[in-house]
Ligand binder design. Sequence first.
Ligand code: SAH
Length: 233
Amino acid sequence: MKPRQSAPHITLDYLKAREKMVKEQIINRGIKDPRVIAAMEQVPRHLFVPETLHGQAYNDSALPIGEGQTISQPIMVAFMSEAVGLRGDERVLEIGTGSGYQTALLARLADRVYSVERIRSLLERARKVLDLVQCRNVITKLFDGSFGWKEEGPFDAILVTAGSPEIPKPLMDQLKIGGTMVIPVGNKNFQRLLRVRRNRRGFSQEYLRECNFVALVGEHGWEKPARKDYERV
Ligand code: SAH
């Protein structure tokens, strides 16, 4: 009888799959920041997807994580992580924790990560995995992230991982002078990924690429929900 595969073999398989992902999907497609590459090599992406999808975790695609939401495609996560340009000493605000995968990468690239998610079940699962992989510099909150996180702001960097009809005003206000925000802006099926920088005179905007994120649902995003998910008990 064939022996059952034991945990160490499985871990090794995931490690190999991750190395392949980083080489083929990340480095070969132009990601250069060595810190982003190292973080992608380290974070076990499979732990952030539902167990039934573990085998697909290192594929070149977004995957469903429940509640109609998705974990972004690896190259998009790498691209955004590189675009926001972190050196290691920043306080970063992330809107849309989702699976927590992008959060775990940011935790390795910055000093402290504040991540906001509006769907309770997703945040609870993400929190468990973030604890499991020992991301101790991540603080999460269940709330409408289109308001940002005023009490903790302003931030050196803001990363929004859901598509918005426009840049939410509170996020502009909570960006430090000298800070950078990366945000998808557009309609529900198609957005332009923008990099916004704040200087003493105001804001500058740069178009980075096309993208397709799930909607930022909230007061300063798409339709204001009648029942606020983050208030559900
Ligand atoms: N970076 C995540 C992306 C998840 S999809 C990942 O790779 O797993 C985007 C997430 O944004 C979803 O979980 C969705 O629930 C969340 N979201 C949408 N609108 C939000 C809002 N107003 N505040 C906080 N989170 C929001």
